[in-house]
Design a protein around this ligand. Structure first.
Ligand code: 13P
Length: 254
């Protein structure tokens, strides 16, 4: 029903040459994999070269962030139309590292998501609680407010086609401590319930919800076989072709 979507978020890693070496291997080795959508998110400086190298493959080139204005006096920013011009087809918005270190808020995440979608890109909207929030029993409240801000003014037909939610519990990112499949499924089901309230069941059933946070070849299948987990947003394990390929293969519907 929903095609799982596995994206490698490379974060601040890899030169252009290293990026090209990795995507060339992915292109060669994933050409025959069916039933899974795949993307990579390199740093801005490698996006254009990577998109060119991936031409003719089904692997999508994704940006790790996007600014909400199209052009103008915004030193240091990159807009959605310019990402599209570079060959990018998806943008990640609201990653917890952007929220923690660069001041992204629920409101600016919403602006970024709308800008990406308006430029014809897909938007991967990240949500997830911090450890203290989970321990205080506030996980679902936090996710609710992140969704409420992130999905302002996004129409149902656009959401169906090009909206992805990534649930990334902050305490599981880069820590080696992953959510259990049951913990992740609980939040994913809650997110789908919220999508159903906002858009109705048809749209909510179409939107893919990725899990992110220490996804590895050893835990990928157990996580992605949960009914509401539709792929993964992979950090560290996406930097090695063999690990990332194993995770993509684990996403195939059985
Ligand atoms: P890790 O897979 O390294 O935990 O990172 C997850 C993440 O933040 C993906 O966006």
């Amino acid at each position: 029903m929903r095609t799982p979507f596995v994206v490698g978020n490379w974060k601040l890693n890899k030169t252009i040459a290293e990026a090209l070496a990795l995507v060339t291997e992915l292109k060669n080795q994933l050409g025959s994999v069916r039933g899974v959508a795949v993307g990579v998110a390199p740093v801005f400086t490698a996006l254009h070269s990577v998109a060119k190298r991936l031409e003719g493959s089904s692997i999508a080139t994704c940006a790790q962030d996007v600014f909400w204005e199209s052009s103008g006096a915004f030193t240091g920013e990159v807009s959605a139309p310019l990402l599209a011009d570079a060959g990018v087809t998806w943008a990640i918005v609201g990653h917890s590292e952007r929220r923690q270190f660069f001041g992204d808020t629920n409101e600016t995440v919403g602006k970024k998501a709308r800008a990406a979608l308006a430029a014809g890109l897909g938007a991967i909207v990240c949500v997830g609680e911090m450890l203290a929030e989970r321990d205080a029993g506030r996980t679902l409240d936090i996710v609710d407010s992140q969704l409420a801000g992130g999905l302002v003014d996004i129409a149902g037909d656009v959401a169906t086609q090009r909206l992805v939610i990534a649930y990334e519990p902050v305490w599981a990112i880069g820590t080696g401590r992953t959510a259990t499949p049951a913990q992740a499924q609980e939040v994913h089901a809650h997110i789908r319930k919220r999508l159903t309230e906002q858009y109705g069941a048809q749209v909510a059933q179409a939107v893919r919800i990725q899990y992110g946070g220490s996804v590895k070849p050893s835990n990928a299948e157990a996580l992605m076989s949960q009914p509401d987990i539709d792929g993964a947003l992979v950090g560290g394990a996406s930097l090695e072709a063999s690990d990332f390929i194993a995770i993509v293969k684990a996403a195939r519907p059985s």
